[in-house]
Design a protein around this ligand. Structure first.
Ligand SMILES: NC(=O)c1ccc[n+]([C@@H]2O[C@H](COP(=O)([O-])OP(=O)(O)OC[C@H]3O[C@@H](n4cnc5c(N)ncnc54)[C@H](OP(=O)(O)O)[C@@H]3O)[C@@H](O)[C@H]2O)c1
Length: 345
């Protein structure tokens, strides 16, 4: 399939380019941008990832966001800033151009499935409703922090039913894009505020763990409280989680659930699916961003410090995941693979 990438020079765009350059099903044919329009990708991009700019992208000319430039591709990935994405993604959806978005623009739209492929692949049924309205297909993947949180919560929620969540996130610099946070603000410092993040974590978690009834998502109604903090780490978000459940929990059972979790992408052996979506570490000082961000090629979330809370219905643990791979480009590509196998695109 020939694919287009919106916002290809950014922190997430570069991850898309890197993963797509060796993808067995998707071939990068169009890259859009704003400041870089008209330049070859290789000269426009300030490459911030390891290695060279992939040769598959180097010679592509960056073009502007327009329907005309996207008419001939089979699928569009969006890595635009959300404010730029809002009206353009809606236009693509209404024009019937297949779209997988990584932005927050339409994540909470009732017509748009918000999907972590291992958590709620059944929500893709919303695309039937899009078809009835002659729009789409369009799907979105969640915010990076929400992904790192919800992937390990899924098997626990299935077993014990979440009642309340309190989380604190320690978020990497690449989560703010490039060039992102000024160095003067973050060296020798942490910043206890990330605009819009806490609301995204709350709303998206409840949508992801909601259930599909007919062609509608019924949001989960458990409480979510979040404090999101920027820390001087390059890649990977760490989330400290206090989860309260309706039922009593057993730490050893919870460990087994996390260790053995596997889902549809693994059964289907999708190209970007990690063999194990969750790794459980038992050392008392893991997971850590520096050592655990690349677990499963950056597609696995690593969990540790799992212990009982103050009462028998609560668990405390820590999760680490790569924000631009599992939390963004890698997950959007995995979602597109799932949609292709399900013949939705
Ligand atoms: N960073 C993360 O960890 C992460 C995780 C999950 C989701 N997201 C979401 O992913 C999106 C991209 O984030 P990022 O961190 O990659 O941001 P970024 O580094 O600031 O990159 C933004 C990109 O968008 C392009 N762009 C800006 N305005 C445009 C327009 N009007 N038309 C076409 N292209 C335009 C820029 O191109 P030029 O260089 O040509 O101007 C650049 O390639 C955001 O919506 C963000 O919320 C980010």
């Amino acid at each position: 399939m020939e694919v287009a990438l919106l916002g290809g020079t950014g922190a997430v765009g570069q991850r898309f380019v890197q993963i797509l350059s060796s993808h067995p099903w998707f071939e990068l044919a169009v890259i859009t941008g704003k400041a870089s329009v008209g330049k070859r990708y290789g000269e426009a991009v300030k490459w911030i990832l390891e290695g060279e700019v992939p040769k598959e992208a180097r010679e592509l000319r960056v073009v502007e966001n327009s329907l005309k430039n996207l008419r001939n591709v089979d699928l569009v990935f969006s890595a635009l800033p959300s404010r730029e994405a809002r009206s353009f993604e809606r236009e693509l959806m209404h024009q019937g151009i297949p779209l997988v978005s990584n932005t927050s623009a339409l994540r909470m739209d009732p017509l748009v499935p918000l999907v972590i492929p291992e958590v709620n692949p059944d929500h893709l049924a919303l695309i039937n409703k899009q078809k009835d309205l002659s729009i789409g297909p369009m799907a979105a993947d969640p915010n990076c922090t929400t992904t790192v949180l919800v992937l390990p919560l899924k098997p626990l929620h299935d077993a014990y039913t979440l009642r309340r969540l309190n989380i604190a996130s320690y978020q990497a610099l690449s989560g703010a894009g490039y060039p992102g946070v000024p160095s003067y603000d973050i060296v020798d410092n942490v910043v206890p505020y990330i605009e819009g993040e806490e609301k995204k974590v709350r709303n998206e978690t409840r949508k992801l763990l909601g259930i599909i009834e007919g062609n509608e998502i019924k949001m989960s109604d458990f409480d979510v409280q979040a404090t999101c903090v920027r820390v001087p780490v390059l890649d990977a978000h760490l989330v400290a989680i206090h989860a309260e459940f309706e039922e009593e929990v057993d730490v050893n059972d919870a460990m087994k659930l996390l260790r053995e979790f596997s889902s549809e992408p693994q059964r289907l052996n999708l190209p970007t699916a990690p063999r194990r979506p969750i790794y459980l570490r038992e050392e008392k000082d893991r997971p850590q961003p520096r050592y655990d961000r690349n677990a499963g090629g950056g597609m696995s979330v690593t969990v540790g410090r799992l212990r009982r809370g103050l009462d028998s219905r609560s668990l405390l643990f820590v999760a680490v995941g790569h924000n631009t791979i599992r939390g963004a480009a890698g997950q959007a590509i995995l979602l597109a693979e799932l949609m292709k196998v399900k013949k939705l695109i």
